[in-house]
Unconditional design. Structure first.
Lengths: 277, 199
């Protein structure tokens, strides 16, 4: 049985049998795949804590018949700050699930880029001024990596370039995958959402911002533009991904303050009217 | 390929649906059942039917019970104002076995698990909040598994319950008794270190 070492982020885990776990690893050189962590549900197992989601590991695995087997690991970063804050935990979990749902198994070509993006996002989240700016940057950059980048520079319909100085209000057309000028929006039959120039320019900033320090200090514009960005990206992802990203519902409820509010928890929740302006 | 007779295949199929049971184990169990006497097989079948017919949730704490209210909730010697919140009836049993806790319980029926789509609405959280409005709770003890989801659930509950002015505590996590520090996994050590206390 060949044994190899790799850097990995634990995206998720499911119980297997009485004491084992199947963990989904995102590795830098081997892409995303499942592995077995034997005995890791026993409280005395040395693998117990390390095989929990959000862990960044230096892992030793043995090639198995079906699944590789995690034999040893060393925690490189446990991201305690992300586990210690419910809002950050939700955002980190969402980031992991988004990668899981957009990454094919054992795709070694795109793996290093995707791995680096997720890892740096988790580090930035730990000290972000505005965690949602960090999440939106991640969403935009991940979409760009897999070829689903939102078109924000010119109108998705008439291809007229948006002048940076132009303060025209545009709309976001998720079915077309980008922003649309107001002229086209008037006659378009597509589902559209308002997208102010402030929101669009912030999205462009985040799409290209690669410096962790700048990202950690970045603050989204408050008020309507912030909601517009969230809505545009949410609808964009909904059109592009075949599978539901389940932690989305949580994150949205949390952002709306619905999870902290005793009254709304006590009264049966009206399903959030997502994507309606 | 030789196939099992239909009723046997069906039994194997049913066993396979059980948690932690793969095709091999399912076969083994089905063959075990085949070797039982008619009497023994009937006892097994009846036990399954009876559990489904008679066991429900306690109306107060959502523990399993065959009454309207479970034995613990009906026990007047136990404190009504100390509530231990657990994820699962099995956790309640585990804590009960220690004999340390003399209050009452609240069984959430799971933990928050964003990736599995389990949110506050899927747990008995609303019921807990409603219950806490009817009593003057002195302490809420959170006793969730030390998993990422268990910790997140405890963190979430603590914040929520503190807004109601309640005293919230969480069971300590750390090195298992009888374990070697040297052998403990890093994550546990980090947690145990964070939870250190003044002596
Ligand atoms: Zn146009
Ligand atoms: Zn009860």
């Amino acid at each position: 049985m060949a044994v190899y070492n790799t850097h990995a982020i634990v995206l998720r885990r499911i119980p297997l049998g009485e004491t084992d776990k199947i963990i989904t690893l995102m590795t830098r050189d081997g892409g995303k795949y499942n592995a077995v962590a034997k005995g890791s549900r026993k409280t005395t197992s040395r693998l117990a804590g390390a095989t929990e989601p959000l862990m960044f590991l230096r892992a030793s695995l043995a090639e198995g018949m079906n699944l590789d087997i995690l034999t040893q690991c060393e925690i490189r970063e446990s991201f305690a700050a992300l586990r210690g804050d419910f809002g950050l935990y939700l955002r980190a979990t969402y980031s992991c699930e988004l990668l899981d749902k957009t990454t094919p198994e054992r795709d070694t070509v795109s793996a290093p880029e995707a791995f680096d993006l997720l890892l740096s996002t988790m580090y930035v989240l730990q000290r972000a001024t505005d965690p949602d700016a960090c999440v939106h940057a991640y969403e935009l950059q991940l979409m760009a990596q897999i070829g689903y980048e939102p078109q924000l520079i010119e109108c998705v319909r008439c291809e007229r370039a948006f002048d940076e100085a132009m303060v025209h209000t545009t709309v976001y057309a998720p079915a077309r995958g980008g922003a649309m000028c107001d002229v086209c929006a008037d006659t378009a039959k597509d589902e559209t959402f308002p997208l102010s120039a402030t929101a669009r320019l912030a999205m462009l900033d985040l799409r290209y911002e690669a410096d962790p320090r700048t990202l950690a200090a970045y603050a989204l514009p408050e008020g309507e533009p912030r909601a517009e960005i969230a809505r545009a990206l949410r609808s964009h992802l909904r059109y592009r991904l075949e599978r539901d990203v389940r932690s989305t519902a949580f994150l949205d409820a949390f952002r709306l303050g619905a999870m902290d509010d005793i009254d709304s928890l006590m009264n049966p929740l009206v399903p959030p009217t997502k994507d309606t302006p | 390929m030789v196939q099992y007779a239909k009723p046997l295949a069906r039994l194997v199929g049913e066993f396979e649906k059980l948690p932690g049971i793969g095709p091999k184990s399912a076969q083994r169990l089905a063959f075990y059942v085949m070797r039982l006497s008619d009497e023994e097989a009937k006892t097994l079948g009846d036990a399954i039917a009876e559990v489904k017919a008679k066991i429900g949730y306690c109306k107060t704490c959502y523990n399993f019970t065959d009454q309207e209210e479970c034995e613990i909730c009906r026990d007047s010697r136990r404190s009504d104002t100390h509530i231990c919140v657990v994820a699962d009836p099995r956790d309640l049993i585990a804590i009960e076995k220690t004999g340390e806790f003399r209050g009452k319980y609240h069984v959430l029926g799971g933990v928050l698990a964003p990736m599995e789509g389990i949110g506050p609405d899927q747990l008995k959280l609303r019921e807990l909040l409603a219950r806490l409005q009817t009593i003057e709770a002195e302490e809420i003890v959170l006793a969730m598994n030390p998993s990422v989801e268990g910790d997140a659930t405890a963190m979430y509950l603590a914040k929520l319950l503190k807004t109601l002015g309640l005293r919230v505590t969480q069971i300590a996590h750390g090195i298992p008794v009888g374990g070697d520090l040297d052998y403990a996994d890093q994550a546990t050590l980090i947690q145990a270190y964070d939870g250190r206390r003044e002596m």
